[in-house]
Design a protein around this ligand. Structure first.
Ligand code: ZN
Length: 352
């Protein structure tokens, strides 16, 4: 297995690279332009007969997969990995307009991952054309998942999905073979799989993975998540890279390892202050981190996530709030300004 120290893209906890920096990071080929005419980049690793397609950045605020791909390119460039059997086609960011804004939707406010039936955006049409041209035996569709997802009350730091190809979620032969291959890849790593889950296989007819599956093109979705004290998703980044490499080499002999991964559950809170005195009530106050990119500025702040009786919700971190009294109303979705016991927040930042 690769370690974080094997590549700067695995060890540096930078979670966002400005697009102009990415443009010069490798010797990319430009295969098209976004609706706002930003270049869509591509590179191919190896010249072998087995074709693989990998892409990230379909949602511009999900960056972990980009660093996984940069790591793979970096390891290949420095001859630390043998990919000679493969031609690995990589698009590091398929939605550059969303990436520069750090938003989910493209420059015209369309969610690309809901456009794979109509193909009206330049970016989704480009991606499908590129995939079909490369006739891949397997596609990797790299996304990030929200911190609400958990497995047995622990953050889901990586979840996988072998998508459905129809409304009935039938296990088609193509889907079964890929489930086996994912299972064999996970087994080959010989690491504990707690924190690893399965993403919902509800059929989304307009999502790329479901569309490809319906066309018989095998693809696996990676959803990289946070773990406790790791909001930059460094753990998911390293694990994801190792799974990607393991998947290349795995076969599809029967395996139930994928099937036995727990299903993602929703509702995990990040940080809860319990029993806070608030407008003559005793409430739980949940806050969460928000990462942002604004022009050249990047940062993180805490926002008010939820207020009320949160006793039934799992949480990553808890602070007893019974000695805390709040004097001003809190607004959900806003950066928090409050003295929460020993922690002083001002406009979402901890100042004391
Ligand atoms: Zn996504």
């Amino acid at each position: 297995m690769f370690q974080a120290s094997d590549s700067k893209y695995l060890s540096d906890n930078q979670w966002y690279m400005p697009y102009n920096e990415l443009l010069t990071a490798f010797n990319w080929e430009i295969i098209g332009y976004s609706s706002e005419e930003r270049p869509i980049l591509n590179t191919t690793l190896g010249t072998g007969s087995r074709s693989i397609c990998m892409w990230a950045g379909m949602h511009g605020n999900e960056t972990t997969g980009i660093f996984m791909l940069l790591s793979l390119i970096d390891l290949h460039t420095r001859n630390k990995i043998d990919l000679s059997d493969y031609s690995i086609h990589i698009i590091p960011i398929i939605n550059p307009d969303a990436y520069v804004r750090f938003t989910r939707r493209n420059g015209l406010s369309i969610d690309l991952n809901r456009d794979f039936r109509a193909f009206q955006t330049i970016e989704s049409a480009k991606l499908i054309g590129w995939i079909k041209m490369n006739s891949p035996e397997l596609c990797f569709n790299l996304h990030d998942q929200r911190s609400i997802f958990h497995l047995h009350n622990e953050p889901a730091y990586t979840s996988f999905l072998v998508p459905s190809s129809n409304e009935s979620r039938a296990i088609t032969p193509v889907r079964r073979a890929l489930m086996n291959r994912v299972g064999n890849a996970l087994s080959s790593l010989q690491v504990p799989l707690n924190g690893i889950g399965r993403y919902s296989d509800k059929f989304y007819p307009t999502a790329v993975g479901d569309y490809l599956m319906a066309k018989g093109i095998p693809n696996v979705l990676f959803e990289s998540g946070v773990s406790v004290d790791d909001f930059e998703r460094m753990k998911a980044r390293l694990f994801g890279l190792n799974v990607m490499v393991a998947l290349l080499n795995a076969d599809d002999t029967p395996s139930v390892v994928y099937d036995e991964l727990p299903q993602n559950k929703e509702g995990l809170l990040e940080w809860v202050f319990t029993g806070v005195l608030y407008a003559r009530m005793r409430v739980d106050v949940a806050i969460k981190r928000v990462y942002y990119v604004n022009g050249h500025a990047q940062g993180m702040y805490y926002m008010v996530d939820e207020l009320g009786d949160l006793a039934s919700r799992p949480r990553m971190k808890e602070t007893d709030g019974s000695v805390i009294a709040l004097s001003a109303p809190l607004i959900i979705g806003q950066p928090i300004t409050a003295v929460l016991g020993p922690v002083v927040f001002e406009n979402g930042l901890i100042v004391g």
